[in-house]
Design a protein around this ligand. Structure first.
Ligand code: PLP
Length: 453
């Protein structure tokens, strides 16, 4: 094949003829599969050269909103922030919302206000972004890692009970990659053992469990509006909750401990409780206010595209997309993750597979905004913190050694070796043809796997 002289049209034409041969030889249904000749990584034509939709998206409504906030001169926490909080609470189906500076602030505030502290244990997942675990450790509590469900990649609810001790105070499930943790089982175990539940919904805004939005299914729900998130204002966060007293305390904590609401003692000066400053600015809230207008439509589009893509990827041996529980009524697709089982690809290492996929014009990685090296339970920060002065004072040697011995999550380790995927925010807002390109590129690598060895 004179690979470098083909126009894209000729390339696609040749490709679809080849599809028939590919089906005959592999037994894989064709769909729009185009056998595209030589792999791009080996010098062939890539499946696509066009860019996927980028993220974030703005239009003149965002510009007007931010400009108006700028011109108001009220750049710190102003009235608009309260308006946006009320809008977000209503949109999500919660009684109250507190906007914060970021998702990490939301987690720190929630754990602190719910009384998680020294000596306590919080059950959480090892398959998460580092901020979940930082927040627990910064309250001087121990993150007790519960292995993941290998199909949904969420915390395995059937392994929660075996990790509960007299020190367990809370469960912190993370709705990972836009999916939803098994909230029925988690909340029922929490009720049985009188535990608090805080949802880390930073990656799953607008996902739903039995028709209810994640972040509204527990004591407090935490969100991130960081640049890469499905709803973004650059940097920002939110806490949702239905308990006025708890939410007032969250407000107070995020505002230097200044009093808020009817439950706060008024006879203890201007700072009745310990606090810090985790406030969002009016300028960020102004951007969030207009970005919020599109999130419903964007989520629907991502779901549609992801559903189609999954139907195609399910046909490729060795590619296993993240699954959802039956009760998940909506997935947010912050990312689109799948297992890459190299044994179906002639044992080509994941990094080589990903390089080949990138060469075909599909931006992909194994990190997916979750991992930056190891599973979180094996990151250096854990040992560093266990050895800190504070932890050495709070926890006995025996307890820390037992913690170390039990800190094993083999399912998560395996997932971390196999997972791959791409961002859902921009790419999943594309067309059906864009989804076909992704599936075709993977299929092309599969068909040409012998050449990559
Ligand atoms: C699961 C999870 N938790 C917490 C955070 C922290 O959010 P932020 O970056 O807004 O502080 C993130 C952000 O990427 C996240 O993905």
């Amino acid at each position: 094949m004179k690979k470098n002289n083909l126009t894209r049209r000729q390339f696609l034409g040749n490709a679809s003829v080849g599809a028939i041969a590919a089906v005959a030889s592999s037994g894989i249904p064709a769909y729009g599969y185009k056998k595209a000749g030589e792999l791009a990584v080996l010098g062939g034509q890539p499946v696509r050269t066009k860019r996927f939709p980028s993220w974030p998206i703005i239009d003149e409504t965002d510009e007007k909103s931010v400009l108006s906030a700028l011109r108001s001169g009220s750049w710190s926490r102003g009235k608009l922030v309260t308006t946006v909080e009320e809008r977000f609470a209503e949109l999500m189906g919660a009684k109250y919302c507190l906007l914060t500076g970021c998702g990490t602030h939301s987690l720190n505030t929630s754990l602190h206000v719910l009384g998680i502290g020294a000596g306590d244990e919080v059950l959480t997942t090892p398959y998460t972004f580092v901020a979940t675990v930082d927040a627990i450790l910064l309250e001087d509590a121990l993150p007790v890692f519960v292995d993941i469900d290998p199909e949904t990649f969420q915390i395995n609810p059937d392994k929660l009970e075996e990790k509960i001790t007299e020190n367990t105070k809370a469960i912190l499930p993370v709705h990972i990659n836009g999916g939803v943790a098994n909230m029925d089982k988690i909340t029922s175990i929490a009720r049985k053992y009188n535990l608090k539940v805080i949802e880390d919904a930073c990656q799953s805004i607008f996902a739903e469990w039995r028709g209810k939005k994640v972040g509204t299914l527990s004591d407090l729900g935490c969100f991130s509006f960081q640049n890469s998130k499905n709803l973004t204002c650059g940097e920002g966060g939110a806490i949702l909750g239905d308990d006025e007293k708890v939410m007032d305390r969250c407000y107070s904590f995020h505002n230097f401990g200044r009093p808020k609401g009817r439950y706060m003692p008024r006879d203890r000066g201007g700072h009745p409780i310990l606090g810090t400053k985790y406030r969002i600015s009016t300028i960020h809230a102004a951007l969030l206010n207009t970005q919020m207008n599109r999130v419903e439509e964007q989520t629907t589009k991502r779901s549609e595209n992801a559903g189609y893509l999954t139907s195609r990827l399910n046909e490729i041996p060795g590619i296993i997309p993240q699954k959802e529980y039956r009760e998940t009524t909506r997935t947010a697709y912050y990312t689109y993750p799948f297992r890459y089982k190299k044994e179906h690809f002639n044992d080509i290492p994941r990094e080589k597979f990903l390089s080949a996929l990138r060469a075909e014009g599909i931006p992909c990685s194994w990190g997916l905004g979750v991992l930056e090296g190891f599973p979180i339970n094996r990151e250096g920060l854990i040992e560093e913190t266990l050895n800190s002065k504070t932890f050495q004072k709070i926890y006995s040697k025996q307890r820390l050694n037992k913690y170390r011995e039990q800190n094993h999550c083999p399912e998560c380790d395996q997932l971390c070796e196999e997972v791959a995927g791409f961002s859902g925010t921009g790419p999943l807002l594309g067309t059906k043809k864009d989804m076909d390109d992704i599936a075709d590129a993977i299929l092309k690598i599969y068909e040409n796997r012998d050449k990559l060895v």
